[in-house]
Design a protein around this ligand. Structure first.
Ligand SMILES: C[S@@+](CC[C@H](N)C(=O)[O-])C[C@H]1O[C@@H](n2cnc3c(N)ncnc32)[C@H](O)[C@@H]1O
Length: 230
């Protein structure tokens, strides 16, 4: 067995991947035309601020935006970086293409599943996933982290933003009220189990912080050293 946990992945559960992809496609093909409108208030009041903070940890060079959606991260891509964005939803990608044109950004946008990235090992300096891993059930969190780790170069960065089930009673209650809507509209949940699998995925946290009280988790990760025996 290799000492690099990202390379020790077990085969993916094909049925689970297919079910997740189907659910995500169904949700995002439906919501894409109004996604930015629905998110506009959140985007202006706090998401943009957190995106700016997260992207301050990006490294120069090649950047992969996983689950690029309608391209809300585009204004924050580091200048002169070479960016690829992937998403499972063609309708979301179409909106991302329109945004890239509007902003004059050169971004390669591809339809692809984040669980089966068609890129060689270690080919990105930075891999970003904002509000994406919350679309995955617990059983797919570890395979997803391993796949992100696989395409990140040694010493590279993985930048994550996701919702987190708040410990504050009022916020928790609010999240419980919204959870059925979140699941139907965005195929998402407030409590992705991502953080539990970091070590097993061979990822070291450089920053692990809560924002918006503790309703959002910000993670800056790097693949643990890839020392091999001998
Ligand atoms: C809530 S949106 C977030 C979009 C964007 N990252 C942002 O911060 O606004 C989640 C996105 O992840 C994509 N997604 C979810 N599961 C995916 C998968 N398995 N492979 C590729 N994209 C996926 C969805 O299609 C959707 O566009």
């Amino acid at each position: 067995m290799s000492r690099n946990p990202a390379l020790d992945a077990r085969p993916l559960d094909a049925a689970l991947v297919e079910a997740q992809t189907r659910e995500v496609r169904r949700a995002y093909e439906r919501i894409a035309p109004v996604y930015d409108l629905l998110d506009a208030l959140y985007e202006r009041s706090w998401k943009r601020r957190l995106r700016a903070e997260l992207f301050a940890h990006a490294l120069p060079g090649k950047l992969l935006d996983v689950g690029v959606g309608t391209g809300c991260n585009m204004p924050f891509y580091p200048p002169n970086s070479e960016v690829v964005g992937i998403d499972a939803s063609p309708a979301m990608l179409a909106r991302a293409r329109a945004r890239a044109r509007r902003l004059g950004k050169k971004v390669q946008l591809l339809e692809m599943n984040l669980l089966e990235l068609a890129f060689p090992d270690g080919c990105f300096d930075t891999v970003v996933a904002t509000f994406v891993l919350l679309c995955l059930p617990d059983e797919l969190q570890l395979p997803a982290l391993r796949e992100l780790a696989r395409v990140t170069r040694p010493g590279g960065r993985i930048l994550l933003l996701d919702y987190h089930r708040s410990s504050r009673t009022l916020v928790r209650w609010w999240m419980r009220m919204l959870s059925a809507w979140l699941r139907w509209a965005f195929a998402a949940r407030f409590d992705p189990a991502t953080e539990r699998h970091l070590a097993e995925a061979g990822l070291e946290p450089l920053l692990r912080a809560h924002r918006m009280g503790d309703a959002v988790t910000m993670l800056v990760l790097t693949p643990a050293s890839r020392a091999r025996p001998g």
